[in-house]
Design a protein around this ligand. Sequence first.
Ligand SMILES: Nc1nc2c(c(=O)[nH]1)N[C@H]1C(S)=C(S)[C@@H](COP(=O)(O)O)O[C@H]1N2
Ligand SMILES: [Mo]
Length: 431
Amino acid sequence: MMTKQDQLDDLPPVAANGLLDRRLFMKSLALGGVGTLAAPVLANPVGEGQLPWLLAPGQGAQSYGSPSNYEQLARRIDPPGLWPEGNTIAGSSSAYTPHQGLTGTYTPSGLHFEINHHGIPDIDPDRHTLVIHGMVDRPLKFTTETLDFYPTVTRSHFMECSGNSWLLWEDEPGDLLLDESHGLLSGSEWSGVSLAALLDEAGVQAEGKWIIAEGADSGTLSRSIPMEKAMDDSFIALYQNGERLRPGQGYPMRLYNPGFEGNTSVKWLRSLRVTDRPAMTKFETANYTDLMPDGKALQFSLKLEVKSVITRPSNATVLPKKNAVYEVTGLAWSGSGRIRKVEVSADGGATWAEAELQGPVLPIMLTRFRLPWRWDGSPAILQSRATDETGRVQPTRTQLLDARGKHGHYHYHAIHSWGVDANGGIAHVYA
Ligand SMILES: Nc1nc2c(c(=O)[nH]1)N[C@H]1C(S)=C(S)[C@@H](COP(=O)(O)O)O[C@H]1N2
Ligand SMILES: [Mo]
C-alpha cells in the first residue's frame, strides 16, 4: 500500500525546488481519502483540561466590535524614517498594514494604511463643504448630505502610496517584515459619487484641462489631476467597507483616483478647482517625483505599476516541518487593470510555476494567489512575479535598478524574495 510519504514523493513538480500543480489542494480535497495529503500535518493530539472561559459567562457585545486582544500581531506600526529629517511637519504620521498577519483581499478598515502629512483633522460633517469652481459655468457647493442623494458608485480598489517599498531602494535588504516593506498598501470597497457627474453639473469649460484637488487638513495637501482621469473613473468616496470613511481615510469625503499613486487621492476633500494647467504644488515638485539616473526628475508619474509579494510564508514565521506541502500565498495588483497571471519561483527565479488566482479578479484591486510547495528541507528562494491584463510584467530588482538608477524613493515594484534556510528560517533577501 502507498503510504502518505510515498504519495507525497510521487507528486510531479511543475517547477524546480518543489513547486506543485496549483490545483493540488482542490484535487486532493476532491479525492476525499487523501484530503490531508496536501497539508503539513501539524495538528496535536486531543488533550484534556478545563479552560477558564468554560467556567463562567463571558462579556456582552460591544457597540462597535474590536479584534481579540490576543491578536497583537495584526496591529499597524508607524516605523521611524518615513518623514525625512529636517522636513518634519507637525502631526505627520503613518500606519502600515500588517500583511504578514492577514489573508483575503479586503483590508479591515481599522488596519487600512494611513499617510497623514499634517495630522488627521477632526471634521464636523455639518460644517464641511466641497466646492467645485474655477473654469466651470456654474460653481457648486456640496455638503455630505447633498452628496448622499446622488446615485452611488461602488468599487473595490487597492490604495498604494507610491512610497510603498521605499526601503527596498537601499543597497542592503534589511531584516524587513512585510508591513515595513509593503504596508503602504490596502484594499477596500469604496462607495460614493462619480466625479464626472458632478463636473458635468458644474459645466467644465473648454480650457479646463486639470483639476486642483485640495484637502481640509491644516497643510491643505493639494494635487493636480488630469481632466481625462477625473472624467474617466475618479469618484468622491464617502463610505469604506460599508461604513462612513474613517477619520484617517478622509472623513467625511475624499477624492479617489483608481490606480493612481495614493497621494493624489486627496483626503478631507474641500475644493476642486478647474484650471488649464497643473498647480505645481509641493507634492508634485519637491515630493512624489522620481529622480532618474541622468539627474533629472520625472513628474506626474501617477499610474501605479504591476506588483506582487508573497505574504505567507514570510519572515514572520518559521517552517515547522520538512518534507511537507505548504501553501505559498500572496497579493498581486496593478494600476492598469486586472491581474492576468502570477507565477511563483522556489529557486530564485530560474524556474516558475503558475499560481491559482482567487476570484473574482477585479480591476485595480488586490488579487490573492496560492500555490502548493513541497519543501524538502534544503535552502530555497521564494519569489512571485505578476503580469497584468495589459501585458505589463513585474521586473526583477536588477531590471528596475538598470532602468531607474539607484536613487529612487517612489514606485519601487520589483520582484520580492524570501530566502528559506535549512532550518525553515526565513529572511528578506535580494536575489
Ligand atoms: N488631505 C490629505 N490627503 C491625503 C494625504 C494627506 O496627508 N492629506 N495623504 C496622501 C497620501 S501620501 C496617500 S498615500 C493617501 C493614503 O490614503 P490612506 O491614508 O487612506 O491610506 O492619501 C493621500 N491623501
Ligand atoms: Mo503617499
